[in-house]
Design a protein around this ligand. Structure first.
Ligand code: PRX
Length: 677
């Protein structure tokens, strides 16, 4: 899809997209306790005060040494924040809270099975466990500052413990979403150059104990074939002391963390003072080409931005119980389950399993029992809960002061249900727009200052100055109400530093298009391109319409169409594959996969299944397409390009419009018959 085509689609989308809604206002009770009630924050973070304004976020942290340059642009557009400063993320999330709050719960781990006990890990216990794991990583695994380590772990307390142990040593962690396949983990092991893989034997989902260790075996083997040797696989156990996997441990390669830890009981590791711009972690995300991009996030800038936005948008106070229902395997979990809340000394909830297991009341039981007062989730889950348990929230005695929506546009009807039924009309809502690349929120309301508007993400965050361009590089006037490419005019501390090992791709994907002067060291010449289409209303609130590139947002998770297509092409019989997004009431979008078979091969249900399974094996079950359509040929332009726009119209039962530019217009009817039969 070219940008032009996508833009036209977006223009059309606006007409059918929801209309501007009325404001909702926060209660006086909320405002009275809010962290940020000073409207002048927008002036303090105006472009005139940029970049020094970000000292206000940095001051939320403890630094070993302060910076000499707040924003170093000498390697534009690879921005360096707080240059010259030294900081440790693990120290900021743990040690500094001990004098006053060592007995406070840092992590509530909620197992999926309700007959298993919730684990309440205090800051002191977190300190002890993180130190011991750090000792193990340093001594047994030989890891040191700057090394990369791949984690392939599900939602368990051991995941943040491992991340914080890495951060303590300055080791760069690269956590792969637990639901991803072993082969997807292998790609990330290879790209990051990890020689240690940390995993778990099993975990619960949907009432079943999922055997996870096999994925490590697949990952190590596949990485080895590509020349990346993993010499140690560290295996946590779901039940310490008991192995819950049917896949054998490999002698000399696989080690139980819980066994090894015995040697490190009581060990303390001094946090390593890291340069602010040293990478803290990599988070891989899908892009427009097949290969996932390792977004490299910094230590000082990322942590300052995660802490600042957690304090002012999430309104987290140390006494709050905060539950973000994302997975730590995605950026939301890194910024807003682990680093942001722990930097602010909150209690953060980690839930192992499926939100509706064993029944649609589960979330609200957890909220009631832990006395959660800040709740954070994605529209997909809100839509699901509204469908399967619309009356459940009223049955439970919890009270939220604050709720977040993240990851996808939220329909005003769904927003209102969230507000009235889940929030019981008492909680404020923030709709937060951002991305893996951005480390933290770009647009959102500050909840005590700006009113809510259902369906709108809100204005740019303080210090984030959005701008909308048309395809030709013209800036759309403010409040124009027209769709365009939403970009950010200025750098900010949470922004990723580069794509790991691929600076050229970083520059070409995110900065080249609207760059005014490629040799410039002035940030004003380098607007950040988000890849999203958006509309700016007269009140300065942004409505995000969706991706403008070949990325599909399924349940708030990004899937690159090219990644899915290359997975389909691993099936011998497939000659060509094309993936298009289909609108879905619950998930927002789901992928439909079209495959043209090699000559002489006949379509069959078995073959369609084989292709679908290939996507799960290559990427993970989230990549399973809604349908696999086996078609005799693809609609193509005269130059041989597959016209995904046509396939998308067919899948979405929309008008295909003009097909005269196609080399084979007759195929449209044939495919329509197959799909819409
Ligand atoms: O299209 C936007 C959509 O999700 C994309 C980013 O996905 P990812 O990198 O996986 O990050 C998820 C955590 C934020 C964006 O390019 N998106 C994200 N938040 C919103 C959104 N679309 C509309 N409204 C949002 N609040």
């Amino acid at each position: 899809m070219t940008g032009k085509e996508a833009l036209e689609t977006s223009e059309a989308q606006i007409a059918v997209h929801w209309q501007e809604e009325e404001y909702y206002y926060p209660s006086t009770k909320f405002i009275a306790q809010a962290n940020m009630t000073d409207e002048k924050i927008y002036d303090r973070f105006s472009l005139d005060n940029f970049p020094n304004c970000y000292k206000e976020y940095a001051d939320l942290l403890d630094w070993y040494e302060y910076w000499h340059t707040i924003l170093d642009t000498s390697d534009a557009p690879c921005w360096k924040w707080f240059t010259g400063a030294k900081i440790n993320a693990s120290y900021n999330c743990i040690d500094r809270h001990l004098p006053k709050n060592k007995n406070k719960t840092a992590i509530h781990f909620v197992p999926e099975l309700e007959n298993e006990k919730v684990e309440h890990i205090t800051y002191q216990e977190l300190y002890v466990r993180v130190n011991e794991v750090a000792a193990l990583l340093q001594d047994f695994a030989g890891l040191k500052a700057g090394d990369r380590v791949t984690l392939h772990m599900p939602m368990t307390a051991e995941l943040p413990i491992t991340m914080l142990a890495c951060a303590r040593l300055g080791v760069i962690h690269s956590e792969v979403f637990g639901g991803f396949s072993g082969r997807a983990a292998a790609d990330r092991v290879v790209d990051s150059g990890s020689r240690v893989l940390i995993t778990i034997d099993s975990y619960y989902r949907g009432g079943a104990l999922i055997d996870h260790k096999e994925k490590a075996d697949i990952a190590v083997e596949a990485a080895g074939k590509e020349g990346q040797i993993v010499d140690k696989v560290l295996v946590w156990q779901r039940y310490p002391g008991k192995y819950s996997s049917s896949f054998p441990m490999i002698n000399g390669r696989d080690f139980f963390v819980n066994d090894l830890l015995k040697k490190y009981y009581g060990k303390r590791i001094e946090p390593v003072p890291m340069p602010a711009e040293a990478p803290l972690f990599l988070m891989y995300t899908s892009g427009t080409t097949g290969k996932p991009k390792g977004c490299q996030h910094s230590t000082g800038g990322f942590l300052a931005y995660a802490a600042g936005t957690s304090k002012y948008v999430q309104d987290i106070h140390p006494e709050d119980v905060y539950w973000c229902m994302a997975d730590i395997g995605w950026i939301t979990g890194h910024s807003y389950i682990v680093y942001g809340p722990l930097a602010l000394c909150a209690s953060t909830v980690i839930y192992e399993g499926v939100p509706t297991y064993p029944d649609p009341g589960r979330c609200w039981r957890i909220a009631q029992d832990l006395d959660v007062n800040i709740f954070h989730t994605a529209p997909t889950l809100i839509r699901t809960l509204r469908k399967v348990g619309p009356d459940e929230p009223a049955k439970y005695n919890y009270e939220f002061k604050h709720m977040t929506s993240v990851g996808e546009p939220i329909e005003p009807e769904v927003w209102k249900w969230y507000y009235n039924v889940v929030g019981k009309g008492k909680a404020v809502i923030v709709d937060t727009w951002w991305q893996t690349e951005t480390g933290g929120f770009l647009c959102s309301t500050l909840p005590a200052i700006k009113p809510m508007k259902p369906g709108s993400a809100g204005p740019g965050m303080p210090g984030i100055h959005p701008i909308i361009y048309d395809e030709d590089g013209n800036v759309l006037p403010e409040g124009a109400g027209k769709a365009g490419n939403i970009c950010i005019q200025n750098p900010w501390p949470g922004a990723f530093q580069t794509i790991w090992g691929n600076r050229d791709r970083y520059v070409s994907t995110y900065y080249a298009k609207y760059c005014k002067n490629k040799d410039s060291k002035d940030w004003r010449d380098w607007p950040y391109i988000s890849g999203d289409a958006a509309v700016d209303a007269p009140d300065g609130y942004y409505r995000i319409l969706g991706r403008m590139d070949d990325v599909i947002n399924v349940s708030g998770h990004r899937l690159g169409t090219k990644e899915l297509e290359s997975a389909a092409l691993t099936v011998f019989e497939v000659a060509e594959a094309a993936v298009v997004p289909v609108n879905d009431d619950i998930k927002g979008k789901v992928p439909d996969l079209y495959a043209a078979l090699k000559s002489g091969i006949l379509p069959s249900d078995e073959l369609a299944k084989k292709i679908s399974n290939a996507l799960s094996a290559e990427i993970g079950s989230i990549a399973k397409p809604r349908n696999v359509w086996l078609v005799p040929d693809m609609p193509k332009t005269r130059s041989g390009k597959i016209m995904r726009r046509v396939l998308s119209a067919i899948s979405n039962k929309k008008d295909v419009d003009d097909v005269m530019t196609l080399a084979n217009p007759e195929i449209v009817e044939v495919i329509t018959k197959i799909v819409q039969k």
